[in-house]
Design a protein around this ligand. Structure first.
Ligand SMILES: [Zn+2]
Length: 315
């Protein structure tokens, strides 16, 4: 979805005059600030789990529901909508000339499926007190990683799938593990064998690399800038180090069956800071780069197959 929103006082006719041969001197009609009061563009799905990339003018300030959003020097910003985001959001943009545009965004509401996974080791569903300590420490480590707010705009490379295969778990599903209700699934599971290469979906910097966490096993987080991060769980091998810059398409890890799983797969998640978003929506949007892999999914939530190979839980 692409929306182009022009500031109301700059009509299409006025724009044509400004960008044309200029038979009329613009300054006779507009003040200089109006010349630069131009556009606000949003690209991406306005739906629960969706990531939207915005562009405003240089020097614009942006808030979503009153919270400040980072804007790059050339006006690029990211907003995202969580699993249970309410039906409306308020986006406010204050331009460099002081003029303001406020938009009410309608956020499409989704229905989530329930996924039952049986046959997990009991300690992976009801951990011991001692294991819980470890789990909380690891969870805090991932949480801390996701607070990182970096001015880089590596996400502008667009995204490719890190690996291609059958989708065995989707974003948002309510999880019943060994008959017990657990947290929803915040990611997409791609069922591929141990050893399958995992590629960096976009440029970024490795912000977490851990060989074996309790639930997530071999764990990797890549920071793409502006709080946008992708995570990789259950890896058999982690091939990059924390702080390392990676390029789109670079080999970063190998798929495995470590942590809480019933079989080998890649758990891939997408976060805007601590807000989990849907990687499949991203890959169906204009932010996905054309690649053979990007066509593996036709529509989020309608993916074939929910076999029990994706037994895990993201933080
Ligand atoms: Zn998963």
């Amino acid at each position: 979805m692409i929306e182009r929103l022009y500031k109301p006082r700059l009509s299409g006719l006025a724009r044509a005059q400004l960008t044309g041969l200029g038979l009329l001197l613009p300054s006779l009609i507009f003040t200089p600030s109006e010349l630069f009061a131009a556009t606000l563009t949003l690209e991406g799905p306005l739906v629960q789990g969706g990531l939207v990339q915005g562009r405003a003018d240089t020097g614009a300030k942006v808030t979503l529901d009153g919270k400040t959003v980072r804007v790059s020097e050339d006006g690029v910003f990211l907003i995202g909508f969580s699993r249970n985001f309410p039906p409306e959001a308020t986006l406010s943009v204050t331009f460099a000339d002081g003029s303001k545009e406020t938009r009410t965004l309608k956020i499409k509401q989704r229905k989530y499926k329930t996924q039952r996974i049986d046959g997990l080791p009991p300690k992976m569903v009801t951990p011991s007190e001692k294991d819980l300590e470890r789990i909380h420490a690891e969870s805090a480590q991932i949480k801390q990683t996701r607070k990182r707010d970096d001015a880089r705009t590596d996400f502008l490379t667009g995204f490719i799938w890190p690996t291609v295969g059958r989708i065995s778990g989707i974003y948002g599903s309510q999880r019943i593990l060994n008959g017990k209700p657990r947290r929803p699934h915040y990611g997409v599971d791609v069922a591929v064998p141990t050893g399958t290469p995992v590629l960096a979906p976009a440029d970024g910097i490795v912000s977490l690399a851990h060989p074996d966490m309790y639930f997530t096993g071999g764990t990797l987080v890549v920071d793409h800038g502006h709080g946008l991060m992708t995570s990789y769980f259950h890896l058999s091998r982690v091939l990059v180090k924390e702080g390392q810059a990676v390029r789109q398409g670079e080999l970063i890890a190998e798929v495995g069956a470590t942590g809480r799983v019933t079989g080998a797969h890649l758990h891939w998640s997408l976060n805007l800071f601590e807000r989990p978003l849907d990687p499949q929506l991203l890959m169906n949007s204009h932010l996905a780069r054309n690649s053979p892999a990007s066509s593996q999914i036709t529509a989020s939530g309608t993916v074939q197959g929910t076999a029990n190979t994706g037994g895990d839980e993201s933080k």
